[in-house]
Design a protein around this ligand. Sequence first.
Ligand code: ATP
Length: 302
Amino acid sequence: MSRIVVVGSINMDIVNQVEKFPLPGETIHGKGVDYLPGGKGANQAVAAALAGGQVEMLGAVGEDSFAPALLESLGRYGVGTKHVLRKPGTSGLAFITVADSGENQIILAEGSNGQVRPEDADESLLAGAHAVILQNEIPWETNLRVMQACRRLGGVRLVYNPAPVHPIPEEAYGLIDLLVVNETEAEGLSGLPVTNAEEASAAAEELVRRGAGSVLVTLGSKGAVYSDAEGESLFAPARKVRAVDTTAAGDTFIGALVAAGSNGMPIAEAMSFAAAAAAIAVTRPGAQASIPSREEIERSLA
Ligand code: ATP
């Protein structure tokens, strides 16, 4: 089995439930707090490991009391943590307040994620990997260094999920083998409207034209489209399920897709596998806690 390396964020989500949000200057009582390991990098690593990938995480936790819990949680899901660094200060934190209306407010404190530096991108770990997955919750300079290293090393599939979205420098598109974006990110990057599969395909083709080897646009309950530089176009419908919490749908899709690819599954089949994984995740509450195992995904496809 070939290795997947996720270079990205590790957060502790501190989730407080309230009846309604406080006004500026107001103090209110919350109904109870949950501490839930999260972060896009960690979520995608967990999704890839549970879906049958051999996964190593490269990122950082702080020197606080959250760090051991974050490492323990990754390990429990089968993610390798030998390359998770300890940095001075706090771990990445997400302060999430959920009101009874279902709306949420999130304040991110990047903590040690902001300290994952270009020189931390250990090339001996990247070399020989089947795929490396990046997001936008660590410094861009580090992502760029990883992209350049993968291109130089050759044979490593560079998967980039630019979330939260910010513009990709023109010259970086050519370093990306698979760009995975949701509707908002596809619109933001391509400058084109993306409200359905047809428009998503046009946006994907525009991003391929800029130099990405292939582009996958996820469209929530409307499925996902794929276009590549060889002119292949694919569509994977979303599975019909009753969604209760779509948190980490995208992260589950990406992790499962890359895990399937690392086990030799062709892209069309891998998209159906990933759609099945994400469909299970949206039927359960939480982020990492909602991500299914390979067995569960296969059972749902049988
Ligand atoms: P998030 O930010 O919540 O993690 P995202 O915006 O990155 O999600 P989406 O495009 O919403 O990603 O979803 C990714 C994939 O998950 C979709 O392509 C689809 O396969 C699956 N999915 C999402 N929502 C649903 C749903 N309601 N029913 C079935 N499948 C869904």
